[in-house]
Design a protein around this ligand. Structure first.
Ligand SMILES: [Zn+2]
Length: 281
């Protein structure tokens, strides 16, 4: 897991959103009813006719996250579809729902609910309405691990609108988030235990057996000076099979490991090369 610092590119991020609101208002003499929908479709004629949402992704968000999914750390360029994750849900019912997030992350504090924004008098910004505020937007993969299944396995589209503490905005997330040698991901400050439906890893699907195995292979390779980007996949998997302590591995794990001899699983593994530099505990 990586900490996403929303202070570093704040000025650039806010500038794009401000330009969007100005542009929309100049054109229609009003502010949009559906802020996010308008942000996705409004074209910025002053910047190569790119849509404002795309501009924010290209100029700010993708760099801010080193091109990685905010949750699973897959390389976003490999996903069929990159998605925008609203930390505070786009369609949050009201201010009270936003407060559950705003009290947990200072970056989100002060962002008005999009409905309340329109009744401000006078309307001034920033801060921007929550559904388009730069501070509330992250990039996530689409959870479609093989770019073929319509059911999201993880991350933004798996979460949907479920409440999730905004932990990627916590500056201590690196210290409180661990990966174990067998690939398990655990946020140690999660108030919800692993068996709870409200547990962050469960909501995001980050401990699906395939993702656990992706990380386990990367950790094994790092520990044994193997480079999956250079070695043959059969060599890596066979080596790993030879090393593993089989009593600790159940049949399901072994079968999952053997899946990585298939091209599409190996390709997925390589899309998670961010784990080459992450230490397990
Ligand atoms: Zn992801």
């Amino acid at each position: 897991m990586k900490y996403i610092d929303k202070t570093l590119k704040k000025q650039q991020g806010e500038q794009i959103v401000t330009e969007f609101l100005n542009c929309f208002h100049n054109r229609t003499k009003a502010y949009p009813n559906d802020m996010y929908k308008a942000f996705c479709s409004e074209i910025d004629d002053a910047h190569n006719h790119v849509k404002f949402r795309q501009r924010l992704i290209d100029e700010v968000l993708i760099q801010e996250q080193d091109g990685l999914c905010c949750y699973c750390m897959r390389r976003l360029s490999e996903c069929k579809k990159m998605t925008i994750e609203h930390v505070m849900p786009n369609h949050a019912v009201d201010k009270t729902e936003l407060d559950k997030y705003r009290t947990r992350a200072t970056e989100l504090d002060g962002l008005p609910h999009s409905e309340d924004f329109k009744s401000l008098s006078p309307i001034t910004y920033p801060p921007h309405p929550h559904s388009i505020a730069y501070q509330n937007l992250l990039l996530s993969c689409d959870g479609n691990l093989f770019n073929e299944s319509p059911t999201p396995q993880c991350c933004n589209l798996k979460r949907k609108h479920t409440f999730l503490p905004p932990f990627v905005l916590y500056s201590n997330i690196i210290q409180t988030f661990i990966y174990t040698e067998d690939g398990m991901a655990e946020w140690q400050e999660d108030p919800e235990p692993p068996e709870s439906k409200g547990n962050a890893m469960r909501i995001l699907g980050l401990n699906k057996s395939i993702l656990k195995m992706v990380r386990r292979i990367w950790f094994f390779c790092t520990d044994n000076n193997l480079n999956p980007q250079k070695e043959e996949k059969d060599f890596v998997i066979n080596t790993m099979m030879g090393y593993l302590n089989f009593p600790s591995m159940n049949e399901e794990d072994i079968n999952m490991l053997l899946n990585f001899k298939k091209d599409k699983y190996w390709k997925l593994l390589l899309e998670y090369d961010a784990f080459a530099t992450i230490k397990h505990c």
